[in-house]
Design a protein around this ligand. Sequence first.
Ligand code: NAD
Length: 297
Amino acid sequence: MNKIGFIGLGIMGKPMARNLLKAGYQLIVYDINTDAIEELVKDGAKEGKSSADVASQSEVIITMLPNSPDVKEVVLGSNGIIDGIKPGSVVVDMSSIAPSTSREVAEKLLRKGVIMLDAPVSGGEPKAIEGKLAIMVGGPEETFNKVKDILGAMGASVKLVGDIGSGNVTKLANQIIVALNIAAIGEAMVLVTKAGVNPEKVYQAIRGGLAGSTALDAKMPMILDGNFKPGFRIELHIKDLMNALDTAKELDVPDILTSKVLEIMQSLKADGKAQDDHGGIIQYYEKSAKVKVRKKS
Ligand code: NAD
């Protein structure tokens, strides 16, 4: 399976597509943003005219789109993947979407003789550029084995976790843990700053202990620089937590901490910060406590 279609060339999709080109795959790309297509064409990809056009020329079609409605539109909508795809092809949706949407879209593709995997990722733009994403996959093992090497060109860890939808269930868990972790960092670091202690020294003192985490090491240097350029936008994390709450409600599971952090993110959105990196959650606490957690010169 050498001919790959790639739809959705945003912050994540662009570097992921570039890593497939570097690994020697033939790539046909499409995005509603024509500038993104041009950039990839310069790197050696072929331009697709629509999602259907990409699907008609590919054996594996990868999508990397914002949310559930976008995936439905690109796969099932007019001039969508389903209009061009050949039976026996594989669709790998790498977007973070509602698990129920993954199952619904996969069922419609199956009627066309096409198997879909859901394969969302974690690691953000830096790991996408390095080709070291964590990729969590749902779908049949036989199909997973067919595309494992392709996913390996974009990720350091590629794990099959269960049936279709399981990839996105795993991603919801990932997003709950990351959101709560970043909110805890914000709450704690505003407290130490208000108490008159240098937050940079606190970070260095705790990062090797149980409070240390990948989230702490990724976000604390950004916070100390006051750099909230995305990265992963608060707006996208709101989408993930809403999908988590919907899934929790369907399953009668309490979602106490997730709903509180979602409210913090919604307040930041109302305050004009939806496009900031999610490391910017700390700004909610900084505004209330009237301190800024920054490097001391
Ligand atoms: P993005 O908004 O930067 O990119 C999405 C791309 O999809 C854009 O280029 C957009 O033009 C394109 N698009 C939208 N609708 C389309 C359509 N109908 N047809 C063709 N193209 C269309 O988003 P991103 O940050 O790259 O995130 C993509 C997905 O990956 C999201 O589900 C996000 O939650 C997830 N994710 C993001 C990160 C991160 O750090 N940015 C990390 C892990 C997972």
